[in-house]
Design a protein around this ligand. Structure first.
Ligand SMILES: Cc1ncc(C[n+]2csc(CCOP(=O)(O)OP(=O)(O)O)c2C)c(N)n1
Ligand SMILES: CC(=O)[C@@H](O)[C@H](O)COP(=O)(O)O
Ligand SMILES: [Mg+2]
Length: 620
């Protein structure tokens, strides 16, 4: 039997359906999401929560003439399904397939790319201003979650939008969750608006009283709407959004398509900035996701019946970090841990449980996290900010101005450096070496495997100046190294002496490079040295001098961008020393690295063992 979803490919198909059919369609879309994401992996819970909201948006607005800007964009799957991409869903997040985030190159319905949070209001306001300057006429809608609203950039956007008199609609999707429980005073404020019985009772009573007045009831009710908005403002003390200059509608049940459509319709006809506050349930309609929206925020393939992960978990760098910081904090009472809304992903859950007063989840606020860490350090503590490489990009000036300039002992535990895989170009951690290396006072380390990682962490927890330790997503390849030297600042580790060429590798790339040694020897009679360049900054100039003397060809291997990366540091030093040999850098080229399985991406960019081997042969 044909389902309603079979006949829905474009927003115009939605507009033809009756309200009861739209509810049926919602269920079908939920089922479609669960079926597909259980195979591909992806951001399930957030998407299950916005099915009705997305349908209502497409019902009321005319995309892509009207424009919808998704914040983070991890919740845009339903939008993709009804904007011509349903049949590609089996390729979601796969190399060459559909992106898990909005992508203008993928569809004209995706008007603004995202992946990082809190950008939607600023982007939508920019679009709306451009529209007005060009005398065009359409709606611009930003859809932002309560978690993303904790980001400073979102508040900067609200600040400008509220005073701008520009017609822009902000839909606040409030599900009380970031990845974990949402935090902070704005979350508490939203909870108050949602649940304050005095406010809700008053609002309902007012509606009832106005509607009951004979003859003129309904008209009076409509006419008194402005009055109602003002009274609402009086009753809910300091109605924040109204104070900021927005007309506020809400809170409304985001799963009630009819109600959401009506309110969006009203918002559409209002002048100036409007904020529509919808309340939804993250994970709605799939029991495991409703129970554990944090686990089902982003998942790998899973069994639908049990909710169990299909890929069994192996030891990850995040787990090791979590264990080591708990142990270190037992001995050193000055250690405190900070996360910007990623306690699970960064491995800080146990620390949070064990040392709640020394744990800070600051919300999606990386800039604040860094300066807050600097403040903690300035007053004698040892702050560790555990953060994904890609999100630390947000806090560049804070690293320079607040931490490094003052030489404060903040440790940046940089998870997800290098390739992250399926999240793609917004999330690949390929910039950190280049963006950190030029900052004075910072020391940058990267472990070759998890055993070295433990030693390095111990060293870092003791170190009394700014430091960054970068480590990859997931765990190790199956490589056993011959030695584990003690960690000494600025000293590299010689894993194998050689005669013909030297390979200088960083972090996970040491594992891939190790696999090359025997092949070079056995197939090509090349005796290569392999150096674990465990300190990316400072580089080991004593060892480098010897390498320059002995080898005519040097290869550097890093899982970061070549421009400004580790190989560049070696080149700079080689230039200073007037080295006459050849230096070949292996790393990522000057482009954004797309989404896909990590092994495919390492292969594509020649950064797996085969690729490194071939590159070496091409250059000798
Ligand atoms: C700058 C930045 N920091 C952290 C993240 C990781 N992250 C992605 S979604 C998310 C939670 C977003 O919560 P919310 O906006 O409420 O959306 P929901 O998943 O609840 O629908 C976080 C922390 C990010 N994408 N960008
Ligand atoms: C959308 C987003 O930014 C996060 O949900 C991210 O996808 C998490 O990545 P990990 O799966 O690597 O924790
Ligand atoms: Mg949320």
């Amino acid at each position: 039997m044909m389902s309603l979803l079979d006949g829905v490919n474009w927003p115009s198909d939605i507009k033809k359906l009756k309200i009861d059919e739209l509810y049926k369609l919602s269920e079908e879309i939920r089922n479609f999401l669960i079926q597909n994401v259980s195979k591909t992996g992806g951001h399930l819970a957030s998407n299950l929560g916005v099915v009705e909201l997305t349908i209502a948006l497409h019902r009321v607005f005319d995309m892509p003439v009207d424009k919808i800007v998704w914040d983070v964009g991890h919740q845009s799957y339903v939008h993709k399904i009804i904007t011509g991409r349903k049949n590609k869903f089996n390729t979601l997040r796969k190399y060459g397939g559909l992106s898990g985030f909005p992508k203008p190159k993928e569809s004209p319905y995706d008007v603004f790319a995202a992946g990082h949070s809190s950008t939607s209001i600023s982007a939508a306001l920019g679009m709306a201003k451009a529209r007005d300057l060009k005398n065009e006429n359409y709606n611009v809608v930003a859809v932002i979650g309560d978690g993303a609203l904790t980001g400073g950039l979102a508040l900067e956007g609200l600040n400008e939008a509220g005073i701008s008199h520009t017609k822009i609609i902000v839909v606040l999707n409030d599900n009380e969750m970031s990845i974990s429980q949402n935090v902070g005073s704005i979350a508490a404020y939203l909870s108050k608006i949602r649940t304050d019985p005095a406010y809700l009772t008053f609002k309902d009573e007012l509606e009832m009283i106005l509607k009951k007045i004979p003859a003129v009831g309904n008209n009076l009710y409509k006419g008194a709407e402005r009055l109602k908005e003002s009274l609402k403002y009086l009753v809910v003390q300091g109605m924040l959004f109204e104070e900021l200059g927005f007309t506020y509608f809400g809170p409304i049940d985001g799963h009630d398509i009819q109600k959401v459509s009506e309110v969006l319709e009203r918002a559409k006809h209002k002048k100036g900035p409007v904020l529509v506050h919808v309340v939804t349930k993250k994970g709605k309609g799939y029991c495991f996701a409703e129970e554990s929206p944090d686990i089902f925020h982003g998942v790998g393939p899973f069994e639908i019946e049990t909710g169990e992960n299909i890929v069994s978990g192996k030891t990850t760098y995040s787990n090791i970090f979590g264990e080591e910081i708990v142990k270190a904090a037992e001995k050193n009472k000055n250690i405190v841990a900070i996360t910007a809304a990623m306690p699970d992903g960064t491995g800080l859950k146990d620390f949070e449980k064990k040392y709640p007063s020394r744990f800070f989840d600051v919300g999606i606020a990386e800039q604040h996290a860094v300066t807050f860490a600097a403040g903690l350090a300035a007053n004698g503590l040892k702050p560790v900010f555990a953060v994904y490489s890609t999100f630390l990009q947000r806090a560049y000036d804070q690293i320079i101005h607040d931490v490094c300039l003052q030489d404060l002992p903040v440790l940046f535990a940089i998870d997800r450096s290098g390739i992250v895989g399926e999240d793609g170009e917004t999330h690949q951690g390929v910039f950190d070496i280049a963006y950190l290396r030029s900052i004075p006072n910072i020391t940058i380390l990267s472990p070759k495997d998890i055993f070295e990682f433990k030693d390095m962490l111990k060293w870092c927890f003791e170190y009394e100046r700014p430091a960054a330790i970068r480590y990859p997503r997931g765990g190790d390849l199956d490589v056993k190294f011959p030695c584990y030297d003690n960690i000494i600042k600025g000293k590299w580790e010689i894993l194998k002496e050689g005669e013909d060429i030297a390979i200088l590798a960083v972090g996970r790339m040491v594992q891939f490079s190790y696999g090359v040694l025997n092949r070079l020897k056995n197939s090509n009679n090349i005796n290569a040295a392999l150096i674990n360049c465990r300190f990316i900054k400072p580089i080991d100039v004593v060892l480098l001098d010897k390498i320059f003397e002995k080898y005519k060809i040097i290869f550097t291997v890093e899982d970061g961008l070549l421009a400004g990366g580790f190989g560049s540091a070696v080149l700079e030093y080689a230039c200073e020393k007037n080295y006459k040999g050849k230096i070949v850098r292996i790393g990522f080229p000057d482009e954004f690295i797309p989404h896909g399985n990590s092994s495919i991406l390492y292969k594509k960019y020649g950064l797996d063992t085969d690729g490194i081997y071939e590159k070496i042969l091409m250059n000798i």
